[in-house]
Ligand binder design. Structure first.
Ligand code: TRH
Length: 388
């Protein structure tokens, strides 16, 4: 595997706001920088307990430990004296420790070689990304410049995280075997049964959707990873469900599964016919799985997330028949506005074959673009060249 000529030291800073998205993205990026680009990476995380489910074996009490070649450091306050790395990633505007920024500036004053400071932003399909990706922001007092790196869906953005060889791994994925070994008790879906994964936030629409599945003509096997949506599922079914438990009502069979590490979650997405995902990172993984998906977007004030959702839909829907486009848009909106009912589900279900084909093709086109980590390393290499 070709590694970059000169391994660099990278520091990634991540705060866990709520949920797993921010650390999920940083963890994938850190591992990819090590495994595919040969860099030395320290990942600074303020909340290791929340990180632990993504990284089995991680001990939250330890200040320093190593997994997958990444040095994981507890981000404490006050921040310990640390020599800054050559590339510094401030993930999602998490605000670097002041003492660390001061040390970065000293490097600039003393040697003219401050670290490359990258602000890794949230993913968006909106058009402003093309104008803002790569912009710089000079520090108001110190001789430092921050660069904005914004993930997105075209060549005017930072692209999407995608490990090398991911598509080949997906192409050789053995669905039947997965169900036999990992599908949970009861094993493989019955013939004609639709396998659906359900990862979402709490959502009042769960009741209407489950009811449609219970009463629908096609059997549904729903896998629910342990997550916030379980509360809504339990309320809808009228019984509290825990990991490992199952429920059977009408044409719906539901299994609650443990939260597993990222690669295992990726496999679950590959094994299902339809994936309901949330946030940011699981959305990207659903895209790579190439199966129809529904996005429960992270809610923002003043419905800003709906604008973001529509921008994504505009890209994803391009090329669909009017019927599929309308059914998909209605389903996604009803899910995010928490009012899905049987009618919306049945219209969506009717276009699933078209969506399956369309999503596979859309995924293949996106996979032709350069992945985020490669773009990021190239970007830093260009910054180095400009300094010479
Ligand atoms: O957890 P999220 O809701 O994270 C959110 C979003 O990223 C949002 O944009 C951000 O602003 C907010 O956090 C603070 O959804 P997301 O992004 O899909 O992250 C979930 C992670 O958990 C992802 O990396 C996949 C992983 N995962 C597993 O590793 N195992 C599992 O079993 C499941 C269900 C998920």
């Amino acid at each position: 595997m070709p590694l970059s000529a000169t391994p660099q030291r990278w520091d990634i800073f991540c705060t866990v706001i709520d949920n797993y998205g921010d650390i999920g993205v940083c963890w994938r990026l850190a591992r990819q920088l090590v495994a595919e680009h040969g860099h030395c990476v320290r990942l600074w995380v303020d909340d290791l307990a929340s990180f632990a489910p993504l990284c089995p074996g991680l001990v939250p009490a330890l200040v320093q430990q190593q997994f997958a070649g990444v040095e994981i450091r507890r981000w404490t306050a006050p921040f310990p004296y640390t020599e800054p790395a050559e590339v510094v990633i401030e993930a999602f505007g998490c605000a670097l420790p002041e003492s660390y920024v001061a040390a970065m500036a000293r490097g600039q004053e003393q040697t003219g070689g401050a670290p490359h400071w990258i602000n890794l932003e949230y993913l968006s399909a909106e058009s402003w990304v093309a104008e803002c990706h790569g912009l710089t922001s000079p520090h108001p007092r110190l001789p430092l410049t921050k660069h904005f790196f914004i993930p997105g869906f075209d060549e005017h953005s930072a692209g999407l995280l995608r490990e090398r060889g991911l598509m080949a791994r997906h192409a050789s994925f053995d669905t039947r075997r997965w169900w036999k070994n990992s599908g949970g008790s009861g094993s493989t879906p019955a013939s004609g049964q639709l396998a659906i994964s359900l990862f979402a936030y709490e959502n009042r629409a769960v009741a209407g959707l489950l009811d449609a599945w219970v009463k629908g003509s096609q059997g549904v096997l729903c896998l629910v990873p342990e997550s916030r949506v379980l509360k809504s599922v339990s309320e809808a079914l009228g019984k509290s469900l825990a990991v490992g438990e199952k429920a059977q009502q009408g044409h719906l069979e539901l299994r609650v599964r443990p939260f597993v590490q990222q690669e295992a979650y990726d496999d679950l997405l590959l094994a299902c016919d339809l994936n309901l995902v949330r946030g940011e990172d699981s959305l990207v993984r659903a895209i790579w799985a190439g199966k129809p998906f529904v996005w429960h977007i992270y809610p923002q004030d003043e419905d800003a997330h709906i604008v973001k959702l529509d921008a994504f839909l505009d890209r994803y829907c391009a090329g669909l028949s009017p019927a599929a486009k309308s059914a998909l848009r209605q389903f996604w909106h009803s899910w995010n506005r928490e009012r899905t009912d049987a009618g919306v589900w049945h219209a969506f279900q009717a276009v699933l074959p078209e969506l399956a084909e369309h999503t596979r093709r859309w995924r293949d086109r996106l996979a032709e673009q350069i992945d985020l980590t490669s773009l990021l390393t190239d970007f830093c290499r260009d910054l180095d060249k400009n300094r010479l």
